[in-house]
Design a protein around this ligand. Structure first.
Ligand SMILES: NC(=O)c1ccc[n+]([C@@H]2O[C@H](COP(=O)([O-])OP(=O)(O)OC[C@H]3O[C@@H](n4cnc5c(N)ncnc54)[C@H](OP(=O)(O)O)[C@@H]3O)[C@@H](O)[C@H]2O)c1
Length: 350
């Protein structure tokens, strides 16, 4: 039987209210939100009412929530530039910490988080949620059938949404995190792609800012080589375009077929497999529908963090700082490559 872990929320903004809290409430035998802290206290008090957290557990500062003996772990949903300092304090207070992506605002801070994680047995998790999409497990089952992987193409493009609730947050309009929306959103896709095809070794990229509201570059078109292999591919990302369909997919090509992970319609994701060494020998197209899941991986991710915390085994959680470091390093490499007119750039390793 699983134990109930008591969660302390740090940063009671949009995503805390609209996704983390509902996810915890959907899993009452595993989680209970028991405390909150937010820079603007009135927002934490409003959050506490919805969450059923008593007022005396709404703290005035980070130290307060970190020193609360009832809190099993802290779940921080802050602009990325606060992740390292928050994690340092949490670990010093003996608390595991789950933090929202991207891992950090800069590569230097990201290095600091990997170092911190290496120095402790306490779980430090970076919540990128796409690592926990069930399409990944389904796709992995079929990858062996398509022979050696030769290449891939990832596309995540969509129209600019003027009324996007996230766009209105000031820290996104003037981002301190490198790449703005490229790291804010793009690390999700990088998590999916790298989990399936491997880490990126080198990239050649062009990035640019299409919308002034984005604060910095918001689209990337790139070609990529995978570490320790001759697999090559493309990675395209951006939701800053004019009217167009939302098109989110990863197609992996093998010598003996292909696997398509289709996420364009979040309510109807599927994996399509075609096996055969040529057009003439192609087998029947196989479609594997994937059950749509409202939290888009967040619930599974929380369960996994629960395992890591309750078993005192940080390796049970997939989104370690080292894994998430790579995703931010890819964004940094895209930006560097683009600043050098698309030169081939090595992705930083740690
Ligand atoms: N996984 C996903 O799909 C997903 C989706 C959306 C967001 N997120 C992540 O969730 C986190 C929160 O994003 P959000 O969209 O919920 O944004 P938000 O509503 O603006 O929340 C940001 C929170 O950080 C606090 N904050 C901002 N600046 C601060 C500062 N200088 N010092 C201390 N606290 C500060 C805010 O406090 P105030 O109330 O005082 O402003 C607020 O509680 C981010 O890490 C974001 O990347 C993830």
């Amino acid at each position: 039987m699983s134990t109930v872990l008591n969660v302390g929320i740090v940063g009671t903004g949009i995503f805390a209210r609209d996704r983390h809290l509902p996810s915890y409430q959907e899993m009452p035998s595993e989680f209970k939100v028991v405390a909150a802290f937010n820079r603007t206290k009135s927002k934490a008090l409003d959050f506490a009412k919805v969450a059923g957290v008593s007022e005396d557990k709404v703290y005035d500062d980070l130290d307060g929530i970190l020193n609360d003996k009832d809190v099993s772990y802290v779940d921080a949903l802050l602009p990325a530039q606060f992740n390292l300092a928050t994690a340092q304090k949490a670990i010093a207070a003996g608390k595991p910490i789950l933090m929202e992506k991207p891992i950090a605002a800069t590569m230097e801070q990201a290095r600091g988080l990997v170092k911190l994680s290496d120095s402790t047995d306490l779980p430090i998790g970076i919540a990128e949620n796409w690592l926990y999409l069930s399409v990944i497990d389904i796709a992995k089952k079929h990858l062996a059938r398509i022979g050696p992987i030769v290449g891939f193409t990832h596309n995540s493009t969509g129209p600019f949404v003027t009324q996007n609730k996230y766009l209105a947050t000031t820290w996104r309009k003037t981002p301190e995190h490198i790449g703005g929306f490229l790291s804010d959103g793009g690390v999700h896709q990088l998590a999916l792609v790298t989990d399936l095809v491997g880490n990126f070794d080198t990239v050649s990229a062009q990035t640019k800012q299409v919308r002034k509201e984005s604060g910095t570059d918001d689209i990337v078109f790139s070609t990529v080589k995978i570490v320790d292999s001759d697999v090559i591919g493309t990675f395209t990302y951006g939701s800053a375009f004019g009217a167009t369909d939302k098109s989110v997919y990863l197609k992996i090509y093998g010598l003996n077929g292909s696997v398509l992970i289709q996420l364009s319609d979040r309510k109807k994701p599927y994996v399509r497999v075609q096996v055969g060494g040529s057009a003439e020998t192609a087998g029947k197209e196989e479609i594997y529908p994937v059950e749509a899941e409202d939290s888009f991986g967040v619930n599974e991710e929380f369960k996994s963090f629960h395992e890591a915390v309750s078993n005192k085994d940080k390796s049970l959680y997939k989104g370690s700082p080292r894994v998430a470091f790579h995703h931010l390093a890819c964004v940094a490499a895209f930006l560097e490559s683009s600043s050098k007119s698309g030169d081939n750039v090595k992705v930083e390793r740690i």
